[in-house]
Each structure stands twice: as structure tokens, then as C-alpha cells.
Ligand binder design. Structure first.
Ligand code: PCP
Length: 398
């Protein structure tokens, strides 16, 4: 008897989460002896949410696990690759294509898209915030907003997008790091007194955990920040300000005041950690006011999904696509220095970058060949570094 409402590995792999019309399609093709018809189907974004100019592809390792054992080839951009909705000439950009008997993979369309759409949205939102935050500390605090069964995916995607750490035990395990947290208001309230709670934290929690005291429970942030500094002195790493919307007013001004009052009292070592409603805009404004670390929750864990679609573009080697889609297998050629893309039919020879003349790199690489994984599956930390390296080459987003 299962306690919660989620699908397990074998149910996902068997297509139990798929849309029923794919099951019917497979049955009809089998009955008519057409399930072995060879097709090429490509994954393209319908566009990007909000004003996003690019996305960070995430969910690729799960796609590999999904297709392992399925008699198809899967070519896909490496996990963490920047992609665009269209190339410089307006051609819609494929992030993957599958080639093989349609009847062998048609029921996997739904889980494949689900793996890519949601985690790509999370990783992209995280990367956008990383792009604005520079090297300030970013911690994923958002798993409480979403179904707990996917919290490891949410944390992994935020980390891959460029965050420094995650708050959940399971998420931290998946990315191979220790979880990062501060302290909840509940600790102060349950113990009845800020100083008593801060000192208890300092006594009980192992010394390798930075002392970050929540400093906005009962009184003004400036007042509680000074109290925390006077209570823990050089043991205090930071104060966390999580000012509720009912009190927020000019949060940047509050941060400037707290920074000033700590500094004039000799507490320059105490950093300011902020959380609550943090996104690209507030990271910029609050960072400029003196915040040096951010706990980012809902804006990343509940990031918009990227609406990828899977469309057949070749049947038995012949061009065949529905209205609105371009037929024929394609390659996405990327200039590694200026990050510009050109999309050409798959077997064309590599073009030179029109902007800088560099050799261009084919982004759609084989991940599965006849059901076998044929490429390495990098660690989350390696994928994250790949994302950061690419972000450096992109223009600012705000
Ligand atoms: C919230 C909690 C979350 C933060 C803010 C994320 O504060 O710290 O991790 O908020 P966001 O989703 O708006 O980005 P509280 O709800 O006050 O919880 P706590 O007292 O546990 O900090």
C-alpha cells in the first residue's frame, strides 16, 4: 500500500504515467503491423517563459535512464547546455531527437517531456538568478512549496543552474554536498527568547555549521541583528533577514541600516543573509544594498516550465512534419566563443561562425545508441561548472 501520490521508477519506465492516447496509438500501430515504422522525432521548445532569452537544459540524465533498454537512438544536448528558442535565423532549436521504431517509444513521450520541461525551468531560473547575483551565495530553500517526491529533482536542478547549495537532506545527497540551512523562526518562538535560542544553537549544533541567526522575529531587524552580534560576537557568521511582506517596506533600506549599525559596532565579519520572495530583481537590489547571501525558495522551485514538444519530423528517412514544424533531422551548430547557433540539416558539414569565424560545435550528441547509454553521465558539480562557464559568455539579463 503506497502512502503518497507519486509514480515509482518502474511505473515511469513502463509508461504508466503516460497519456492514454499514446497507449491507444501503440495498440493501433501494432494491430496494423506498423509499430516498427522508423521515425525521427525531435524535442523543441515552444518558446521560453516570461522574457527569458535562453534556457539551461536539465533532466538529461533522467531521460537517459528512461530510454535505457529502449531500441532507439537518442541524440541530445549535454545536460546543462544553454539553448535558445530559435537560432539566429529564426529556426526553432531542437534540444534532442530520437530515431527508431515509433511503436517502441511513443508511450515514453509524456515522461520524457515531463523530465525536461520542469527541471529545465528550475535550472534556468536558478541560472538567471546566478547571473544577476555574481558570486554571492545562493541557497535553494524552495522545496517546501512543492510535492516532496520531487524535492531531489528540484534541488539538483537549482544546483545545476548555479546555486551553491540546497536545504534538503535528500537533495544534498543527490548533488553530493552537505545540506545548507540557517534557523527557523520556530526555534526562537519555541524557546521564547532570541538570545536564549541563538546561544542554544551555538551550544548544540556542530561547529562546522555556520552560525546564521534569524534576526527579525519579534523586533526591528537592526535591533535584533545587534543583539545577535553581541550574543555570539566572533562566532556569528551572519544574520538572516526574512522580513514579512507586512513589514517589508523598503527592504533594501533596512539592509543598508543593518549593515551600517553592525559595521560601526565592529561587526564587519557578520554577513547579511536574506530570504523571502527572492528572485532576479530582488537579488540585484538587495545585493547592492549589502546582502551577501540569499535563501531562494518559490521563485526557483515553482519556476515556469519550458513547454518542450516532441514531434515526428521524418518517417522511414523521408521528411514528414506537421504544420508549424520543420521536417528532417537537424544539427545545432554552436560557436563556443560567442554562443551563437546555426541550425542545419543533420549531415551538413560544420559551418563557420558568421560572427567570429570560429569552428562551430555540434550540440546534439549521442546519449543512447540502440538502448545503450554511450556517453558519460557527469556529476551534478561538473554539470554546474559547465553552466557557469557558459553563463560567463552570455550578456546580462536585466
Ligand atoms: C521562509 C523560509 C523559506 C524562505 C522564506 C523562502 O520564511 O525561510 O525557506 O521564501 P520564498 O519561498 O518566498 O523564497 P518563513 O516562512 O518565515 O519560514 P522560517 O521561519 O522557517 O524561515
Amino acid at each position: 500500500m503506497r502512502l503518497f501520490f507519486y509514480a515509482d521508477d518502474s511505473e515511469i519506465k513502463q509508461g504508466k504515467t503516460t497519456d492514454i492516447y499514446f497507449v491507444r496509438t501503440k495498440r493501433i500501430l501494432e494491430e496494423k503491423g506498423m509499430d516498427k515504422v522508423k521515425v525521427v522525432a525531435e524535442v523543441t521548445p515552444g518558446g521560453l517563459p516570461e522574457n527569458w532569452q535562453w534556457g539551461v537544459l536539465c533532466g538529461v540524465e533522467e531521460a537517459a535512464r528512461l530510454f535505457e533498454g529502449c531500441p532507439v537512438n537518442l541524440y541530445i544536448m549535454p545536460e546543462g547546455s544553454i539553448f535558445y528558442p530559435k537560432d539566429s535565423r529564426g529556426i526553432r532549436e531542437p534540444v534532442a531527437f530520437i530515431e527508431g521504431p515509433y511503436g517502441a517509444f511513443c508511450i515514453l513521450e509524456t515522461p520524457l517531456l515531463g523530465f525536461l520541461c520542469q527541471s529545465t525551468g528550475v535550472a534556468t531560473k536558478a541560472a538567471r538568478i546566478r547571473k544577476v547575483a555574481g558570486d554571492k551565495m545562493l541557497v535553494a530553500f524552495g522545496i517546501r512549496r512543492m510535492h516532496p517526491a520531487i524535492s531531489p529533482m528540484l534541488d539538483r536542478a537549482a544546483y545545476i543552474g548555479g546555486f551553491d547549495g540546497v536545504s534538503s537532506l535528500k537533495g544534498a545527497e543527490v548533488i553530493g554536498k552537505k545540506p545548507i540551512g540557517t534557523m527557523p523562526h520556530a526555534l526562537i518562538i519555541a524557546m521564547g527568547d532570541q538570545v536564549r535560542a541563538w546561544k542554544a544553537f551555538d551550544e548544540v549544533i556542530s561547529s562546522d555549521v555556520p552560525r546564521v541567526c534569524i534576526a527579525d522575529t519579534y523586533s526591528d531587524e537592526k535591533n535584533e541583528a545587534i543583539m545577535a552580534a553581541e550574543a555570539l560576537r566572533d562566532r556569528l557568521a551572519a544574520v538572516r533577514l526574512d522580513t514579512p511582506r507586512s513589514r517589508r517596506g523598503d527592504f533594501a533600506e533596512i539592509i543598508r541600516e543593518v549593515r551600517w549599525e553592525l559595521d560601526v559596532r565592529g561587526y564587519r565579519h557578520v554577513k547579511i543573509f536574506v530570504s523571502g520572495g527572492i528572485d532576479e530583481e530582488s537579488v540585484k537590489v538587495l545585493g547592492e544594498a549589502g546582502a551577501e547571501a540569499f535563501g531562494v525558495g518559490t521563485s526557483v522551485s515553482n519556476a515556469p516550465t519550458v513547454d518542450f514538444a516532441l514531434d515526428i519530423i521524418e518517417v522511414e528517412g523521408k521528411p514528414s512534419a506537421k504544420r508549424g514544424k520543420l521536417s528532417c533531422k537537424k544539427q545545432v551548430w554552436r560557436c563556443p566563443s560567442c554562443m551563437a547557433d546555426i541550425i542545419l540539416p543533420f549531415n551538413k558539414k560544420p559551418p563557420k561562425c558568421e560572427r567570429c569565424g570560429s569552428e562551430m560545435e555540434g550540440m546534439l550528441k549521442p546519449l543512447i545508441k540502440n538502448g545503450k547509454i554511450v556517453a558519460p553521465l557527469p556529476k551534478p558539480s561538473e554539470i554546474r561548472q559547465y553552466v557557469l562557464n557558459q553563463l560567463e559568455k552570455l550578456p546580462d539579463i536585466l
